[in-house]
Design a protein around this ligand. Sequence first.
Ligand code: SAH
Length: 466
Amino acid sequence: MLLTISTTHAPATDLGYLLYKNPSQVQSFELSFGNVHIFYPEANDEKCTVAMLLDVDPVSLVRGKKDGNSDGSLDQYVNDRPYVASSFVSVAIAQVFGSALSGKSKERPELVDKPLPLVATVSVIPCRAGEDYLRNLFEPLGYEVTVEQPELDDKFPEWGNSKYFALTISKVCVLRDLLNHLYVLLPVLDNDKHYYVGEAEVSKLLLHGEGWLSTHPKREDITKKYLKHRYSLVRQITEKLAIEEVNEDADETAKVQAKEEESIERTISLNERRIGTVVSVLKQSNAYRVVDLGCGGGKLLRALLDENEFHQIVGVDVSHRALEIAHERLYLDRLPERKRERIKLMQGSLTYKDARIAGFDAATLIEVIEHLDEPRLSALEKVVFKFAKPKVVIVTTPNVEYNVTFENLPAGKFRHGDHRFEWTRAEFEEWGNRIATTYGYAVRYLPVGDEHPEYGAPTQMGVFRV
Ligand code: SAH
């Protein structure tokens, strides 16, 4: 298996300093699965190419193993391991180019953060999902990608193409990024990871995926494949990444949310009416255990805490800042013990299945759905109505028809800068009816706040029951 990395940065031989590998020597390293040889097929001022040749010894991989792989078949000795880019490459990158991978260079520190013209080739790469998949991994990271699928044998064209690909990626970027991308993405393409995938892999993925994985369009797929579909591990990552991503604007949202939305809606003290209505619907439903999803600063939680019949109250929000505000507003540190033990705050994203929110009598989504864009909203629908499946779900959202009556809201603007949409009553009911039919709930709609004869009430509420 051959990986090459070239640069035309002048002087190109600086690559040797970044990699801590002298261009004038061949160096070999013994790793547990075979040998790694580092050499430079070309090294001059204009262009420098380093090659990493991985000489995997399939026999040594089998020797001494007593697990299910040792079934005595020839496969364990004759296989693609020595030839393809696999998880071994990542191990080799980490062991042999470790300093460059973490962005250190004693001799050329100024080059560590300097974008350089880089081209990497991977001679043989397995990718069952095909060329497009390969492109979809690297192109979103800004690489120009060339993929070739060589003929198995040009003397026998009828044999068709190899199932393996040759990959070239080029980009002007810092070397550390290129190495980290390869480190994470090569094992993703490899179904036969040689090592046990455990907790350590979660930390590695977070470390090497830092700064790019959370915004990669294939991040979920990358995570699942990197962690070999070990879902307990996958969940840890998706949670962290989701929190990392949403937090950036959610924290900000939490701060301005209160001010902006309240000032527009103040005239009718809509907020209090909304909370009052939710609490009375919950009481009528005999809900004792309530989870407030997207609890924000905890206004509903406070109202619930004042009513003793709600004996388990949980607030969930993706924003750490919002939870801090809730913690303060609820005086959680000063509550008498009996009250304190009825309430819990948890950080979590509503777009990922979460056992902690399952099994409640009721869940509330108060002014939350309009903060999620389409793909996230459909993820939330499943998380709440399919997996958490509370007996009652209360959803409130602005009625956009009513907006014309707000004097201080310019026409066509939403009530809050972070709202991804605001629905008419018909749109909300269409959504609610679809949810009810899909997940086996009955739904009814209630107006919240004073109703305008033409535009309806400022807030619309859907109450779903199993
Ligand atoms: N329910 C509260 C807050 C509404 S603001 C109230 O009525 O005052 C919307 C809240 O949803 C914000 O606190 C935001 O952080 C949270 N939120 C947005 N996307 C989320 C997600 N994917 N998972 C969990 N919370 C989310």
